[in-house]
Write a protein that binds this ligand. Structure first.
Ligand code: NDP
Length: 419
């Protein structure tokens, strides 16, 4: 019996909202608020008659903190689920604090304007101190700890799949399978085929920035940074088959390194086909991935934002994508003095997701855990004043909910490991 305000109405939001509406016992009232209200209205219409959740919509620019605060005060939700873009994280957290609502998101803060000198100075200091150069990191949101604590509110960070489920898998492995986890390899495999020569599975701007950045991993208490795509491995993924995968920097490495005592190495690998990599390299070489505005015929345009207008909308990939994703973690460590390795993963079928909610599996695998995180905060099971990553809570109710709400998982003992 709770009220949820959802910010954003893109690919991930659409799935999260539909799953909330399947779960009307918990989500009795839900307001979809985004920049383009017509998208919110279209989704509400699509759901009319199919749910008992009372749906309303609102227009809001989440960067406008006073306007968002006024909306939260007027709607009085128990929690706000941020499935807009990482650029809005801090503004939405500020509004939640002003208006008194819990906060949930799926991606850590990233600055929209990376040329801003104030942001750059902080960024450069962090690169030097921590040793990784990604534009996103948790320091901005972790800095809200005292404010959320004082306000008696919960901020739950990173409740998507990765980060999100992969971090809950880690907490679950630690609770039930290990005395100490020594290594974590997070493997993100998309075996889907959408038939386009080049498209991204979620917001192109966020996706391409992540993939074209240097890779990094955590080892023996520090970050090791490597040139983009310079560590490649091959892995035989259950139910998908053999794929090439590349080591990337990924945000959950940062929080797991802090929250999992005794961990010695954490790596993240994602699969890419050769066509994707060739297109991306070419776009990067000609400057199309740049976030610095250029002048074109008297107008300022940001190359990567212009590229986004040319690429297929990730939400349109659903009907065309066939195949499966397999995302999970291989853990090694010790239990009762014995060495042990397990592989915890979920397999998700693109077409099955499309039949259920009209989206491909990438939006589905993010939207379902976003709903689950919002549910556990709203129903009080994961409520604690302060700012938390998902691995800091009891994983069991989340793991049960994954099985119930469409992302069943498997534990494999003695799996193939990654060199
Ligand atoms: P989309 O681009 O499809 O959707 C973003 C939505 O946010 C759009 O509806 C957009 O509105 C809205 N929005 C953007 N700016 C504002 C603003 N200032 N105020 C209000 N609304 C705004 O993105 P996705 O659905 O693909 O991704 C959503 C989030 O999920 C991202 O943060 C992404 O990083 C994260 N993600 C997390 C994953 C995980 O596993 N943890 C995996 C995949 C994604 P408009 O329609 O007007 O543009």
């Amino acid at each position: 019996m709770s009220r949820l305000l959802v910010i954003g109405c893109g690919g991930v939001a659409s799935v999260a909202i539909q799953k909330c509406c399947q779960n009307s016992e918990v989500f009795t009232d839900l307001c979809i608020a985004s920049r383009t209200v017509s998208k919110c209205d279209a989704l509400r219409e699509k759901l009319a008659g199919k749910t008992t959740t009372n749906l309303t919509t609102a227009q809001v620019d989440a960067m406008d903190v006073p306007a968002l605060t006024a909306l939260i005060r007027a709607y009085q939700p128990d929690a706000v689920l941020n499935v807009a873009l990482p650029y809005q994280d801090l503004a939405i957290m500020d509004a939640c604090l002003s208006a008194g609502a819990h906060y949930i998101d799926t991606a850590n803060y990233e600055a929209e304007d990376t040329d801003d000198p104030v942001w750059r100075a902080v960024y450069k200091k962090r690169c030097k101190e921590l040793g990784f150069s990604a534009y996103f990191d948790y320091s901005w949101q972790w800095a809200y700890e005292e404010k959320f604590k004082k306000a008696g509110l919960t901020a739950l960070l990173g409740s998507g799949f990765d980060p999100g489920v992969t971090s809950v898998f880690t907490a679950y492995a630690r609770k039930h399978y290990f005395d100490e986890i020594h290594t974590i390899d997070i493997l993100d495999c998309n075996g889907g085929d959408h038939g386009y020569p080049f498209a991204t599975n979620f917001n192109p701007e966020i996706n391409l920035r992540e993939v074209s950045a240097p890779g990094s991993y955590w080892e023996n208490g520090k970050w090791v940074e490597i040139p983009p795509m310079s560590i490649k491995r091959e892995y035989e993924f259950p139910q998908v088959g053999k794929k090439d995968m590349y080591l990337l920097h990924h945000e959950e490495i940062e929080s797991l390194a802090k929250n999992i005592p005794g961990v010695r190495r954490i790596r993240f690998f994602m699969t890419f086909g050769q066509s994707y990599l060739t297109h991306m390299k070419c776009l990067e070489n000609v400057g199309m991935l740049s976030t610095t505005p250029v002048e074109y015929q008297g107008q300022q345009i940001v190359p990567i934002q212009f590229l986004k207008t040319l690429l297929p909308d990730p939400a349109s990939l659903g009907p065309r994508t066939v195949g499966k994703t397999n995302i999970g973690c291989i853990f090694s460590g010790v239990k009762d003095g014995e060495k042990k390795t397990i592989y915890l993963y979920n397999v998700c079928d693109h077409q099955a997701c499309y039949r259920e909610v009209g989206s491909q599996a990438i939006s589905y695998t993010t939207g379902v855990p976003a709903m689950i995180g919002a549910m556990l905060v709203a129903n009080g099971r994961w409520q604690k004043p302060g700012v938390f990553n998902v691995e800091e809570f009891d994983p069991d109710p989340f793991m049960d909910a994954l099985n119930r709400w469409g992302l069943p998982w498997t534990v494999e003992e003695h799996p193939e490991t990654v060199e």
